[in-house]
Unconditional design. Structure first.
Length: 396
């Protein structure tokens, strides 16, 4: 029984947890680095640490809790908590970049998961705060989680910019993956529609060809040989019922809910004798020649071979003006199935590439990595031939 793989840690933890964790790291790191000092005096940022208060942490956690529902107010609360935590105004020192770790984490997550307008508003809020802070608060700025001086709050602004760019990159990658997935789904739907169109064309065209031929025969002999006309009408009825049944099965498959197993048995070479009998009864004798030992075929190969023969026989009935055709099915070559349909008619309207029938057959064979050839024969008539590769594992 297959199981869904667990998502990565980044997806298992909600954004609120990541922002809260970043705040805890930002608060705890200076105290650990200074040897465990819990509280610092006003202006502690100038010495590489900042005062720890429960009030600031409560404000920060409130901002973390709102990061998904109210992104802009959430980041505003985190900025306020970082500002008061470091006592920036009292010490005359700019906020250290490390103190804004929770702010940068929230900015990155919001940019990666929220709409562009929201991410831009949050980025503008953070950068506006830092620009105003640089302009109003003079003095040195301690480095990122260190006590080294870098001269201004440029480091904090640079980190905010990096966080925004990282979040933007993550969002663009996700949107690109979703676009590729949507395109693949659209292509799959289009391919399925083309397949269904080919199936309906092959089924309906063949049956209508038989119906037209039998109707013409019945019209010619209805006065002189009424029994023959009656038989022709019976063939017309049978062909019509078979076609309706095939279309009904196809519609049932299309309406079936996803995941249900289709009860429709696809056509294949096992139906070749029935096809030959119906066409012969319509007035065009079909001779079926089988070469080599018959072996199981993949469903797509079996169906494609039958459709090639069906379409070719239909063309003989409709265009060749011939009373007979020969169908050859060759299993003798290992890893390959060859089918061929030949007639000695005039071949009207059967030039290669004309109409949708031969084009559809060529496309079907190409999709199966086979070879297809159709054209007039040198000694008269028309020939349709295809070679379809058969996987070795589907042998006898």
């Amino acid at each position: 029984m297959s199981t869904t793989p667990a998502p990565p840690l980044f997806r298992r933890l909600p954004p609120e947890a990541w922002v809260g964790l970043a705040w805890c790291v930002a608060v705890a790191y200076p105290a650990v680095r200074l040897g465990g000092g819990a509280a610092q005096h006003h202006g502690a940022a100038a010495h590489g640490g900042w005062a720890f208060t429960l009030a600031d942490t409560g404000v920060a956690f409130a901002g973390a809790a709102l990061v998904r529902r109210l992104p802009v107010p959430a980041v505003a609360l985190l900025l306020i908590a970082a500002w008061t935590e470091t006592d920036g105004w009292a010490g005359g020192t700019q906020v250290p970049p490390g103190a804004l770790l929770a702010v940068d984490t929230a900015l990155c997550l919001i940019t990666a998961t929220r709409p562009r307008r929201t991410s831009r508003a949050v980025f503008a809020l953070v950068m506006g705060f830092l620009v105003l802070h640089i302009g109003l608060v003079r003095g040195n700025t301690v480095g990122i989680f260190t006590g080294t001086h870098i001269g201004s709050a440029d480091g904090a602004a640079l980190l905010a910019l990096v966080a925004w760019l990282v979040g933007r990159s993550v969002r663009q990658n996700r949107e690109h993956a979703e676009a590729l997935s949507s395109r693949a789904a659209d292509e799959a739907v289009t391919a399925e529609r083309l397949r269904i169109a080919r199936e309906m064309h092959d089924t309906v065209a063949h049956s209508l060809g038989i119906v037209a031929l039998q109707a013409g025969a019945a019209r010619r002999v209805i006065d002189s040989r009424p029994e023959r006309a009656k038989a022709a009408l019976g063939e017309i009825e049978t062909a019509g019922r078979d076609t309706l049944a095939a279309l009904r099965r196809m519609l049932v498959v299309l309406r079936r809910a996803a995941g249900e197993t289709s009860a429709t048995v696809p056509q294949g070479l096992a139906d070749l004798d029935r096809l030959a009998g119906a066409t012969t009864a319509a007035g065009v004798r079909v001779e079926v020649l089988r070469h080599g030992e018959q072996r199981p075929l993949p469903p797509e190969i079996d169906l494609a071979a039958f459709r090639i023969i069906q379409e070719s026989v239909t063309n003989v009935v409709r265009h060749a003006d011939s009373g007979a055709c020969v169908v050859s099915v060759d299993h003798r070559t290992a890893g390959e199935l060859s089918v061929e349909v030949t007639d000695r008619g005039r071949g009207r309207g059967t030039d290669p590439g004309s109409g949708f029938g031969l084009a559809g057959l060529r496309e079907r064979v190409t999709l199966l990595h086979g070879e297809f050839d159709a054209g007039p024969r040198a000694d008269g008539g028309f020939r349709v031939a295809a070679r379809l590769p058969v996987p070795v594992e589907v042998g006898p």
